[in-house]
Design a protein around this ligand. Structure first.
Ligand code: PLP
Length: 341
């Protein structure tokens, strides 16, 4: 039988950066209310939600397309360029979708400080699109705005993925540029800061001419009724996003403090997102992973996303953190015992 609710299986899910306070209540209500009408196409609802989303982001309705997740936004925007570029380590969706679309992907390597090189990559030009998550994943940090501006002055298109924006201290790029600009594309996800990962919905924001160029590429009724109803509930009650962001900002400080106090980590970095990065002492790395697996606390091992030795740990519920803390204490105590023996 398929599990109706994977988290009900009892794992502490600190690996995929989902909402620790559940979904927006009004979004749930709208979905439940709409269930009896699922035999109908969602006539007019895409336009309604697009208008709500545009107002939420302070842009015109002709400057937004609702997207079924970032993959669709990447697929569409790849059509604007011959080559794609992105930071390494960086979000794996960019090279993956470039490969799926038969477009070359050029990595821009980050330094040991997880910042891009001082200059711009050689060869970048009008036929290129650069994909940049700000804040980044897996690094959780921001790159200098001056570097982003320099990219924009050379690359044909720059796609700023603001999936984690609401958790960051720096305002989003559209507030700095005074709104959409030619060559600039911005993705805002409903998965993280809006607590709606289950519907994979987001907004692609761009200047009206670029949006008009991309719009005909969409399928008929590209966003399903359940997602659209959830989005109406979210956008009619934006206070939920404020509450979620506040919870994450406060709780990630506590999470870092707990990790540091355990004495098991060589380095813990508070991020601009809803996760933190922690590097266990090399000597305890394997033992720590074993304890977490035994306690069914899931975290993301960053070895296969370009940060070997690092763990990405989402900000979770108080229960999740309690469970993580118990595992850390147990391991620390066993190490003390072993040292004393
Ligand atoms: C940088 C970044 N962009 C996008 C996403 C996914 O967003 P969506 O669920 O809206 O496709 C993630 C998910 O981990 C991410 O880390």
């Amino acid at each position: 039988m398929v599990a109706a609710h994977p988290s009900a299986d009892g794992d502490a899910l600190l690996d995929w950066n989902e909402s620790p306070i559940g979904p927006p209540p009004l979004a749930v209500k709208r979905v439940v209310d709409a269930a009896e009408r699922l035999h109908r196409y969602p006539r007019g609802l895409l336009e309604e939600v697009t208008a709500l989303a545009a107002a939420h982001h302070g842009v015109g309705t002709d400057q937004v397309l609702l997207m079924a997740g970032v993959d669709e936004a990447i697929d569409m925007t790849l059509s604007l360029a011959d080559r794609a570029w992105g930071l390494k380590p960086g979000f794996d969706g960019y090279p993956d979708r470039a490969a799926a679309n038969n477009k070359p992907f050029h990595p821009i390597p980050l330094g040991s400080d997880w910042q891009p090189p001082a200059g711009l990559p050689a060869g970048l030009g009008a036929g290129d699109i650069v994909y940049l998550a700000q804040p980044g994943n897996p690094t959780g940090n921001l790159v200098p705005t001056a570097w982003i501006d320099a990219l924009r002055s050379v690359a044909g298109h720059v796609f700023i993925d603001e999936t984690y924006q609401e958790f960051s201290d720096r305002p989003g790029i559209l507030s700095r540029t005074g709104g959409p600009q030619p060559g600039l594309l911005v993705y805002r996800s409903f998965s993280k800061a809006a607590g709606l990962a289950g519907i994979r919905l987001g907004c692609l924001v761009g200047d009206a001419a670029t949006i008009a160029r991309l719009e005909p590429m969409r399928r008929f009724m590209p966003i399903d009724a359940v997602s659209l109803h959830a989005a109406t509930g979210l956008l009619e009650e934006p206070q939920f996003m404020v509450r979620l962001a506040e919870y994450v900002r406060e709780t990630r400080v506590d999470l870092c403090a707990m990790l540091r106090a355990s004495g098991l980590f060589a380095e813990v970095r508070e991020s601009q997102t809803n996760f933190v990065l922690a590097r266990p002492d090399a000597a305890v790395h394997e033992a720590l992973l074993a304890v977490l697996a035994e306690d069914r606390v899931r975290v993301k091992d960053c070895a296969n996303v370009g940060l070997p030795g690092w763990l990405r740990i989402s900000v979770g519920t108080p229960q999740d953190h309690g469970r993580l803390g118990l595992g850390l204490s147990r391991l620390a105590a066993s190490l003390v015992e072993r040292a004393a023996a």
